[in-house]
Design a protein around this ligand. Structure first.
Ligand code: FE2
Length: 203
């Protein structure tokens, strides 16, 4: 019989469960309380159909924005070259702003009675943003990839905002216009200006 090593978890299976006191009741299991894709009734004056449709559109934007956030961090880390420091800081600033949008979109889904896409693997399954290579691309390709992700989101966001306003969901419309679209357009502008070939000196 081998003695347990320092890296082996202790076998507590034969220990009687401790009740009361300050012992945490670990490894608890539970049923799924609300399936993804459903909405519960909340007293906010919006129809079931409007809230269901809003959650679908918001969750798609949420998944795409999670992917955009991941792309910003990936490229923040993998950048190289003479513009490393400037772009390293800029991409991280954009990532922080996108993460705030992720949180706002998720909480809007919850406030409509839905279930927000919360797992990165789930987001990856439903996103429209293409997967980048696992390795390192050239910097102009990284910036172009980010711009394409922004445009994908902006096109979907404008359509969603218009349709949700028509259904009376002004709150989702406002969030999408004021956060997703306005921030996305500004970030795309900052990125695109880095793809202009402007030498510092001329011969
Ligand atoms: Fe960092």
């Amino acid at each position: 019989m081998t003695s347990p090593s320092a890296t082996t978890a202790p076998d507590d299976s034969r220990q009687p469960p401790v009740r009361g006191g300050t012992q945490p009741l670990l490894l608890q299991k539970g049923h799924e309380l609300q399936p993804f894709g459903t909405v519960k009734q909340l007293p906010i004056g919006l129809s079931y159909d409007a809230r269901m449709y809003g959650c679908q559109r918001l969750n798609r934007l949420l998944a795409d924005t999670q992917m955009l956030y991941g792309l910003y961090k990936k490229h923040h880390w993998l950048l190289r070259g003479a513009t490393f420091y400037q772009l390293h800081l800029l991409l991280d600033k954009h990532a922080v702003e996108q993460l705030a949008i992720v949180d706002a979109l998720a909480e809007r889904v919850q406030s409509l009675g839905g279930v927000a896409v919360g797992d990165a693997r789930h987001a990856a399954e439903i996103t429209q943003v293409p997967r980048p290579p696992d390795g390192v691309e050239e910097v102009p390709a990284m910036l172009s990839r980010l711009l394409q992700a922004h445009e994908t989101i902006l096109i979907d966001a404008r359509d969603a905002a218009t349709r949700l306003a028509a259904l009376g969901d002004d709150g989702s419309n406002d969030l999408i216009v004021s956060s997703v679209i306005r921030n996305g357009e500004t970030q795309a502008w900052f990125l695109a200006e880095h793809l202009v070939d402007t030498p510092l000196t001329r011969i």
